[in-house]
Design a protein around this ligand. Structure first.
Ligand SMILES: C[S@@+](CC[C@H](N)C(=O)[O-])C[C@H]1O[C@@H](n2cnc3c(N)ncnc32)[C@H](O)[C@@H]1O
Length: 283
């Protein structure tokens, strides 16, 4: 039984890290005209209204997209992400008002081009229905109300031989940590040159250390890890940090993160904000 609903968390500090790095990666893929495949294994509904009851419950976007949105100036690599948010809000008529927040499917559909192909998976029946409603009619997109891990493996290798797989499970089921490792191993075996981006929450540091050690033990090379937190994870107060694991990242991503993360840690977390960058496995 799935109970996680991303609308309670849309636009929070974890989304900022995830979606800023996703935006950078899709822009990088767009530099070559050859088509690519974008797979989003855990899509959610794709678009969020920040005034909705669910968002308003804990107002998580107030420690996430809102302070970034209000910043007078941004490091260069974050401009593209803010442009995406502006374009999304133009749907409501006023791109300068932050009222909508785009999920990863919206960012994918906005940045992918006519020649690219998109697959979205969402298992939760209500979220899946909303996803289908939001993206129906876009001929580039295939949507599945199926398990994203299995669907990703079945989709590899993509016929384009270029692409990005975003893996963003809610980890409400503990086995998600192991399934991430299994899916990376299986997908990488079939499509070793693809880019893989995995989001993870830091609720228990030991669990993350183990997952990263398991990924390292697969023998996959060229892995970078980026973390952004509102405070250090010794506070024992739920998710204070989250991270992104990149396999075969764009070569430009490290520098973009080096410029963005110190700014984001301060702008979103104030004095307590933290960040981390690690080359987990060399190229
Ligand atoms: C963190 S949210 C996704 C947010 C989205 N990727 C974004 O960035 O906008 C995780 C989603 O995965 C869905 N989900 C959980 N288990 C799944 C599975 N095995 N396959 C596909 N979707 C799943 C949940 O219902 C939830 O909507």
């Amino acid at each position: 039984m799935l109970s996680y609903l991303h609308s309670y968390h849309a636009g929070n500090f974890a989304d900022v890290l995830k979606h800023a790095s996703l935006t950078h990666t899709l822009h990088y893929l767009n530099q070559k005209p050859a088509p690519y495949f974008y797979m989003d294994t855990h899509s959610g509904p794709g678009l969020y209204t920040l005034a909705a009851e669910e968002s308003q419950k804990n107002c998580e976007y107030k420690n996430g997209i809102e302070p970034l949105w209000q910043a007078r100036s941004l490091p260069d690599p974050l401009h593209a992400y803010r442009e995406v948010i502006k374009s999304c809000n133009a749907l409501e008529g006023d791109p300068s008002q932050l009222s909508l927040y785009p999920g990863s499917p919206w960012i994918g559909s906005y940045l992918c081009r006519e020649q690219d192909r998109i697959t979205l998976c969402e298992l939760h029946p209500r979220e899946s229905q909303t996803l289908i409603k939001n993206f129906k009619g876009d001929r580039r997109i295939k949507m599945f109300s199926k398990d994203g891990f299995q669907t990703a493996i079945a989709a590899m290798p993509p016929k384009e031989r270029r692409g990005l797989v975003l893996i963003d499970p809610p980890y409400e089921i503990k086995s998600d940590y192991d399934r991430v490792v299994e899916v990376l191993k299986a997908c990488h075996k079939r499509f070793a040159t693809g880019t893989y981006a995995v989001w993870y929450p830091v609720v228990n540091r030991h669990t993350i250390d183990r997952m990263l050690a398991d990924i390292k033990a697969t023998g996959i090379r060229n892995i970078q890890v980026f973390e952004l937190g509102l405070e250090t994870d010794t506070s024992g107060r739920g998710m204070t940090s989250s991270g992104m694991i990149f396999i075969n990242p764009p070569w430009t991503l490290w520098k973009a993160m080096e410029e963005s993360l110190p700014f984001l840690a301060k702008q979103l977390g104030g004095k307590k904000g933290v960040y981390k960058m690690t080359q987990l496995v060399a190229e």
